[in-house]
Ligand binder design. Structure first.
Ligand code: BEZ
Length: 398
């Protein structure tokens, strides 16, 4: 391919952790790669806002358990590039009403999938969860599972490691404040217009998080998505000796409101002395990312605070800090992640690789490899059949 600062082998649209991870893997294959970020690198406006995420192996689907385990060597590879610890291995605790099915699945199904994949875990009664993990006043019917490989992800350090690699790589160019406003297909090439100029490549990797529809609309398709502006709160520890694992509680909704919460231990990189607890529901899903504000929903915060007060130990009852993150979720049941080429009617569709929707923090290193494989080879060794677009997309009316 022609060599100039306008021409690349691959243009990655989206400079969050997934886009940066794709560029990392593309650079390892000597593909000249341009990363376009509409805001600034490290911005707090997308699904990677905040600086901690959960790495967990329990999933209700065996194929998800497989993929998360396959991501481990890619985390190790990334870890070898930085002295900063990326995963703080404290274990995953899933507990609650065993009958509840939520967006994260169900405890019994996860146990089945873990057993099928020969992943070690322990089962727990409500009394054991209270004794070992400092929760309290749990209904005696609650059960739980503990999986020791779960971890808090230092997302900021993960992004920084990928960014540093790409900055040093002679194969990668990164441009921020470069929203894509037009994509034109000319024979075998895509011309991508931004305020910084027009860039050309034969392949596109599209990973702009919740802003996916504003990009793929330029190619004539849309994802059926809903948007959650998720609220988190940070509670000061009054008992420094108590350390929580990463955890998730499954409970039946209260009236019209969700009732699932998740949390983290204290981590050194995010408000030391505090723990993060968040609601895994929103009272009002959004129909477009443009509707979001950076203000967390006060009712969601109040529900979370009431749960913390009733069921956790060694925390001040009122949070001191809050944050939000915006995630796009596929409207198609059982299709959390979408990884595919563009639909067949889009010209050169096999040269357009897309990742959209879902909670992919734990998959960042392996997702970059998958997207890079698809862009360069047209296939990947990972089983992505469950993430095919299927009915998750539509063609907007002209
Ligand atoms: C996850 O591990 O995928 C997850 C954890 C908490 C909230 C949402 C997603």
């Amino acid at each position: 391919m022609e060599s100039s600062e306008k021409h690349f082998d691959v243009i990655v649209i989206g400079g969050g952790p997934i886009g940066l991870s794709a560029a990392f893997h593309l650079s390892r294959m000597s593909a000249r790669t341009l990363v376009l970020e509409q805001f600034t690198f490290f911005n707090q406006l997308g699904s990677s806002a905040g600086v901690s995420r959960q790495f967990r192996i329990p999933y209700p689907e065996e194929y998800m358990v497989k993929l998360v385990r396959q991501s481990v060597p890619f985390w190790e590879e990334l870890q070898s590039l930085t002295p900063v610890q990326l995963l703080d291995k404290v274990g995953t605790l899933w507990f609650g009403d065993p009958k509840v099915h939520s967006s994260e699945g169900n405890i019994a199904q996860a146990e089945k999938a873990l057993t099928a994949e020969k992943v070690p875990y322990t089962t727990l009664t409500a009394a054991e969860i209270e004794r070992r993990f400092h929760f309290r006043n749990l209904p005696s019917s609650y059960t739980g599972l503990f999986q020791a490989d779960g971890a808090s992800i230092d997302l900021k350090a993960t992004i920084q490691t990928l960014y540093n690699w790409n900055l040093a790589s002679r194969f990668v160019t990164m441009k921020d404040e470069a929203p894509v406003t037009r994509i034109v297909t000319r024979q075998k090439e895509f011309e991508v217009t931004t305020p910084l100029g027009v860039f050309v490549a034969e392949k596109l990797v599209i990973a702009p998080g919740p802003y996916v529809n504003s990009v793929i609309n330029l190619l004539g398709f849309q994802i059926q998505a809903t948007y959650w502006n998720m609220a988190s709160a940070f509670y000061r520890k009054t008992r420094p000796d108590i350390q929580y694992p990463t955890w998730f509680v499954f409970q039946n909704p209260v009236g019209a409101n969700g009732n699932q919460f998740y949390g983290f231990p204290e981590v050194s990189w995010n408000y030391p002395g505090y723990v993060r607890v968040a609601s895994d529901f929103v009272i009002q899903p959004l129909t477009s990312p443009t509707q979001r504000t950076l203000v967390p929903n006060p009712e969601e915060l109040a529900f979370t605070a009431a749960w913390v007060k009733e069921h956790m130990t060694g925390l001040e009852p009122a949070p001191q800090f809050t944050s939000t993150c915006l995630v796009a979720l596929s409207k198609i049941p059982n299709k959390e992640l979408l990884i595919d080429f563009a639909p067949a009617y889009v010209p050169n569709h096999k040269n357009i690789v897309l990742y959209a929707t879902g909670w992919a923090g734990k998959f960042v290193p392996v997702m970059g490899k998958i997207l890079s494989d698809l862009a360069l080879d047209g296939h990947t060794q990972f089983d992505i059949s469950h993430f095919a677009l299927g009915h998750a997309y539509f063609k907007p009316l002209p």
